[in-house]
Design a protein around this ligand. Structure first.
Ligand SMILES: [Zn+2]
Length: 81
């Protein structure tokens, strides 16, 4: 049995009803569990929380880097925004 975590998560989604990651059927907007037919999510609530926490941590770190003092010494980059 080989562990392929990345592909595992890529072709499975979290079914709250089955309480596990399951193969799913893709619909236009939603995906459905092939086991029970319920709506599935990309991540379980605990995994989702861990994911958002990771994103928040990254956001905070990135925001801290912006210092006005260093900005004046560095010329602004050309960004089409
Ligand atoms: Zn299910």
């Amino acid at each position: 049995m080989d562990r392929r975590d990345n592909s595992f998560y890529s072709d499975r989604k979290w079914c709250p009803a089955c309480d596990m990651y399951v193969p799913y059927l893709m619909s236009l907007a939603t995906s459905y569990c092939v086991e029970c037919g319920n709506e599935v999510r990309l991540l379980s609530s605990s995994d989702w929380q861990a994911f958002t926490e990771k994103m928040e941590a990254r956001k905070t770190r990135g925001g801290r880097r912006r210092k006005r003092s260093s900005k004046s010494s560095t010329p602004p980059r050309r960004e089409s925004a």
